[in-house]
Design a protein around this ligand. Structure first.
Ligand code: NDP
Length: 282
């Protein structure tokens, strides 16, 4: 029997818990999201994040900048947020327009306010197996969801397909820290189907609708679909869910799987940074 990993349910529990904690606070955690340009998907994500933050009771602000904005202008905004003691968490919504140097922008965030582990300071700690201030939201959300269903990672053969800095790369490091044997795949991987169909757990973060068919999956495997692909027929994951589902022991849906967990982790990380900063001041 296949169990659907219910990210929405798990995320809602986390959100309610944060809401309860926030009510008791005199000063509320403060999250600022910087959104550059007019990417429609990014705009939806940012609005959803703000809605969730407001529901919890955080102070939440969006700084919307046109795609014509200069790098220096974005950097100035970040430096101001870094210096503002009222701001606990800063997120730069990615992707940035092509003319903007992403590395320069994300590196400008003060690591103690770096809510998605973008900076080399935090990512470096993660890579070395130490604790960054917070873990990146999507990989952290995936691990939390697997833990919620008591899925053991130790000793498992896991393939992570996609090696981006925000999903695949940090996730593969975190899975290794959980003693999984991790294969990292990407667009140049040869014989992907053959490799993937041997794996206990398949995690896809490539951004191609319905790319992963049942041929990539062995019987009883666990499948995590990170992909969010906007198509004319609506939102689709990387995994051909209807075809793959019955072959799996556990699978995430899209929507309602990893997406809500990412937002829940952003909210949890905001609270975590708030607490770290509060303890430093005391
Ligand atoms: P990127 O575009 O940064 O990275 C995509 C990765 O997939 C690259 O490493 C690329 O390989 C690899 N890839 C592309 N085509 C193939 C292929 N045919 N076979 C194997 N690997 C391939 O994407 P992101 O990591 O930012 O996002 C991936 C997906 O996850 C997107 O759909 C995005 O919307 C979604 N996403 C969902 C989140 C959520 O909360 N659910 C959060 C973040 C992202 P190479 O490196 O060789 O180019």
């Amino acid at each position: 029997m296949t169990i659907i990993l219910d990210g929405k349910l798990c995320a809602n529990k986390i959100i309610e818990n944060l809401r309860t904690q926030t009510v008791k606070l005199d000063k509320k955690p403060n999250l600022v999201v910087i959104q550059v340009g007019n990417n429609p998907a990014s705009k939806i994500y940012v609005k959803n994040k703000q809605k969730k933050a407001e529901y919890i009771g955080y102070n939440s602000y969006i700084i919307e900048l046109p795609s014509s904005v200069s790098e220096d202008n974005i950097l100035e905004q970040i430096y101001m947020l870094n210096d503002n003691p009222e701001v606990n968490a800063i997120l730069v919504q990615l992707p940035l327009p092509e003319n903007i140097n992403q590395q320069k922008i994300t590196e400008a965030i003060d690591p103690i306010k770096d809510v998605d582990c973008f900076t080399s300071y935090n990512f470096g700690w993660l890579a070395l197996g130490y604790n960054p201030y917070v873990l990146p939201c999507t990989p952290k959300g995936i691990l939390r969801l697997l833990d919620e269903y008591s899925i053991v990672l130790e000793g498992k053969n896991i393939i992570v397909i996609g090696r981006s800095n925000i999903v695949g790369k940090p996730l593969s490091l975190l899975l290794q820290q959980r003693n999984a044997t991790v294969t990292m795949a990407h667009s140049r991987t040869e014989n992907l189907k053959d490799i993937s169909s041997l794996m206990d757990i398949v995690i896809s973060a490539i951004g191609m609708p319905h790319f992963i068919t049942s041929q990539y999956i062995k019987d009883g495997a666990i499948v995590i679909d990170v992909g969010i692909n906007r198509t004319e027929e609506g939102l689709k994951g990387d995994v051909k869910f209807d075809e793959v589902k019955d072959k799996t022991s556990y699978i995430t849906p899209v929507p309602g799987g990893v997406g809500p967990m990412t937002i829940a982790m952003l909210m949890e990380n905001t609270m975590q940074l708030y607490n770290i900063q509060k303890n430093l001041i005391l």
